[in-house]
Design a protein around this ligand. Structure first.
Ligand code: ASP
Length: 306
């Protein structure tokens, strides 16, 4: 058995954004599935799928990442492998094309778990990741509009993400993630994001924190999306993996979403995959484009779960 599930971020996705988002997740699932179908490694499949989405400017990861309060892009990414609970992560990383590949290098080339900021950037250059400007014109224009709206409302410096998102619901989402199970029973999870638009410089989200936004065990793998400050407090990805040990993966996803809604908030979406190739998906946001492909079956692509 082999399988892959991918997401393109929990949030609002409507109008002209729907088609590119669905096309993107379908393509990512197709590429990751291709790796698995040829007998490839779960980590290769998950990273390949996430790189498709990082390179697709429709998504808030890699090229197309959202800008922070200063108009800079600081990206977070993480990978994790069920075997040995190995993981590598980067946070507040600037000017690389594929942060997920740098996170993988942290896992494979060092015995650290997380590199951040300038040190992460130096590590990336040392391992051959060349300079790349991930800012696209559309994001720059959106940032200028949002900044102007903030100035008009006297919100020039909003230290509370909650206030920012409540007052500016138009801000884009679109973190990306993938979980893959290969024919050898290995599970890998990979997640990558530009974070939250207009975040304070230096803010790090859930994506590069194992157990919060990304996790993989021999039983299950998870990638989460939404307001990272919720997942960091709930340890969402780990909670789903723990739930999957005791029972059905979809039940585990539903239980975590229900508990989060009750205790801390609803800005969250989850994809999960267990060791038998069963998929669990759920989100409390209006939309979360996602796709999965199990065994030799055709890809299933969805914007939302009813
Ligand atoms: N979880 C990401 C973060 O908080 C954002 C997202 O998934 O939209 O950085």
């Amino acid at each position: 058995m082999f399988a892959i599930v991918v997401h393109g971020g929990a949030g609002v996705c409507s109008g002209v954004h729907v088609e590119p988002a669905l096309r993107g997740v379908r393509e990512a699932a197709r590429v990751g599935h291709g790796v698995l179908a040829e007998g490839g490694h779960a980590l290769d499949a998950a990273v390949a799928a996430v790189m498709v989405l990082e390179d697709d400017p429709a998504f808030n990861a890699g090229t197309g990442s959202v800008l922070n309060l200063d108009g800079e892009v600081e990206m977070d990414a993480g990978v994790m492998l069920s075997e040995g609970l190995r993981t590598g992560n980067v946070a507040a990383l600037r000017r690389v094309k594929n942060p997920v590949a740098v996170a993988r290098a942290v896992m494979e080339q060092t015995d650290h778990v997380l590199l951040a900021g300038e040190g992460a950037g130096r590590f990336a250059r040392a391992f051959g990741f060349t300079d790349h400007d991930p800012i696209i014109a559309e994001r720059r224009a959106g940032w200028q509009r949002a900044r102007a709206a903030m100035e008009r409302r006297g919100d020039a410096y909003l230290p509370r993400l909650h206030d920012l998102l409540a007052r500016h619901p138009e801000l884009p989402a679109g973190t990306v993630g993938a979980v893959a199970l290969d024919g050898q029973g290995r599970i890998a999870a990979a997640t990558s994001t530009g974070g939250v638009t207009l975040k304070l410089p230096g803010r790090i989200g859930d994506t590069p924190l194992p157990g919060a936004g990304n996790y993989a065990t021999p039983n299950a793998g998870v990638s989460a999306t939404g307001k990272g400050e919720l997942m960091m407090r709930f340890l969402t990805a780990k909670a789903v993996c723990d739930g999957a040990r005791a029972g059905d993966i979809q039940t585990a996803v539903d239980a975590v979403l229900a508990a989060m809604a009750e205790q801390i908030g609803r800005d969250v979406g989850i994809i999960a995959l267990d060791k038998r190739g069963r998929v669990g998906v759920g989100h409390l946001t209006p939309a979360m484009p996602h796709a999965w492909c199990v065994g030799t079956g055709e890809p299933v692509v969805r914007l939302s779960v009813p």
